[in-house]
Design a protein around this ligand. Structure first.
Ligand code: MN3
Length: 247
């Protein structure tokens, strides 16, 4: 004989499931949810949020494919190797925190932690529908305050990328005073690193290594940057700006 009516039994099953879910949420989910709730970059290469050919208005498909599967994937693999060799617990140390004390690690760690972070950040910051996105009202106000206008900001950021000698990145950051600032970094360095001359939280970054543009643009880096504005995902920049202001 069934000791419990069906509805009672189902209630117990549901309660057990709910309890299990609450237990799971309180034990496992905090770190997971934290990563998902922010635009933090993890240690693994994430799938591109678009196809290689989708950014063709600015970047051709072959460049995207080689850049993602060879250059960027190489940084990710070498970062994994460096973390193993230098005993970084990637479950406990966020990549952002590792970058903040990068001076304590090897040059291999610096180059590949930066290379992995910068590329994951870069992929996130682009979309085939860039023209459908724009700075939020609040961010636009800050851009106007800091640089005069959106166009003036783009010109100054473009100059930072154009004038970065050799390989590197141009950045828009939120600095310690919560102000917007344009900067650039050599190689795979970035403004999260303790060794960086200019420090802050990046909210937009542009890869100006030749591998990012040479097939289509050859020596014309300025043309690449001009086209790149069409694929900037301002929705992501808005989110990163909000997060940086709350830090
Ligand atoms: Mn690159």
């Amino acid at each position: 004989m069934n000791p419990l009516p069906n509805s009672r039994r189902q209630f117990i099953v549901n309660t057990a499931k709910a309890t299990a879910a609450v237990t799971l949420a309180s034990t496992i989910l905090p770190s997971f949810a934290k990563d998902r709730a922010t635009t933090n970059v993890g240690y693994t290469q994430q799938p591109l949020p678009y196809k290689y050919a989708d950014l063709d208005i600015a970047i051709d498909a072959l460049t995207m494919e080689i850049h993602y599967t060879k250059h960027a994937a190489g940084y990710t693999k070498n970062l994994t190797d460096a973390c193993m060799a230098e005993k970084v617990n990637t479950q406990e140390t966020t990549l952002e925190n590792l970058l903040a004390k990068i001076s304590k690690y090897s040059t291999k760690m610096r180059n590949n932690a930066g290379g992995h972070y910068n590329h994951e950040f870069f992929w996130q910051s682009m979309t085939p529908n860039g023209d459908a996105t724009q700075p939020s009202k609040e961010l636009l106000q800050q851009i106007n305050n800091s640089f005069g206008s959106l166009e003036a900001f783009k010109t100054q950021f473009t100059d930072a990328g154009k004038n970065r000698f050799g390989s590197g990145w141009a950045w828009l950051i939120v600095n310690a005073d919560k102000k917007l600032q344009i900067t650039s970094s050599p190689n795979q360095d970035n403004p999260l690193m303790d060794i960086s001359d200019v420090k802050g939280t990046p909210i937009l970054g542009l890869d100006v290594w030749e591998h990012a543009y040479y097939l289509r643009y050859q020596n014309k880096r300025a043309d690449y940057i001009q086209a790149w504005w069409k694929v900037v995902n301002w929705n992501v920049v808005n989110t990163k700006w909000n997060e940086a202001m709350r830090k």
